[in-house]
Design a protein around this ligand. Structure first.
Ligand SMILES: [Zn+2]
Length: 243
């Protein structure tokens, strides 16, 4: 009789164990996702702008979120001339923490002020290890300027009625809009004009957009919706979309 009762309890214990493991798994994943696990406790190596990261890119970037000292150690010349910007938070759910300003990234000029450290590192990795190598390969020259349509903007998400009451990642300086690229010979490649073409410029835009998904959690372009017809939107918020 006792043996029978024990046998009945076994499945319940197994379910409890599985649930406990699931809860722990969600907690650990969430810790990395929200950037709450410090570098000292992370099993993943510190990210460096010198080398193209191959594995665990997302948790290695999110660890920068609340760590200004780590940010300073990672965001370095010659890849980026990042200068810390004082934190600013408002009672309208806008503002930023651990942000930087900079005037060049990966050899290309851009005027950014402010952008979160985590986003600045993602942008630098993308420009240094994806945009510039592809520009050299396809055009035999580098990109000297990034068309920047802004980072910080205290506003809600636009272009999608479902999200219209939700703050954009721009309201946290955790997003950047890129309108195009200028090559060393002065020629401009525009997201608005060239995305839908047949030639090299269109192929370049589509490939750098595809490769952006490696570094940004959200990478949107003209194929996403009409609000993005003239720019790429990149952010490292809580969602994950690459289109
Ligand atoms: Zn945007």
């Amino acid at each position: 009789m006792r043996r029978q009762r024990n046998a009945q309890h076994k499945p319940r214990r197994t379910i409890s164990k599985i649930l406990l493991i699931l809860v722990l798994l969600v907690a650990v994943t969430g810790g990395f996702w929200f950037g709450l696990v410090p570098q000292s406790l992370s099993p993943f190596g510190r990210i460096s702008l010198d080398t193209r990261p191959s594995l665990f890119v997302d948790p290695r970037l999110s660890v920068l979120r609340f760590d200004p000292a780590l940010c300073k150690a990672v965001l370095r010349e010659p890849h980026i001339d990042a200068v810390p910007v004082p934190d600013r938070l408002s009672d309208t759910n806008c503002g930023w923490v651990n942000a930087v300003r900079f005037t060049h990234v990966g050899g290309a000029k851009i005027g950014v002020n402010p952008l979160t450290c985590e986003m600045a590192a993602a942008l630098a990795l993308w420009v240094v290890h994806e945009v510039q190598p592809l520009a050299r390969e396809m055009f035999g020259q580098e990109v000297v300027r990034l068309g920047d349509m802004g980072t910080y903007d205290c506003r809600n998400i636009v272009g999608n009625p479902f999200w219209k009451g939700v703050r954009s990642q721009h309201a946290a300086a955790n997003a950047i809009d890129i309108s195009g690229f200028t090559l060393a010979d002065g020629r401009a490649i525009s997201v608005l004009r060239d995305w839908n073409g047949e030639g090299r410029d269109s192929a370049f835009l589509r490939e750098v957009h595809r490769r952006a998904c490696r570094y940004f959690r959200v990478a949107l372009g003209p194929d996403f919706n009409p609000a993005h017809a003239n720019h790429f939107h990149f952010d490292r918020g809580l969602m994950w979309t690459c289109r």
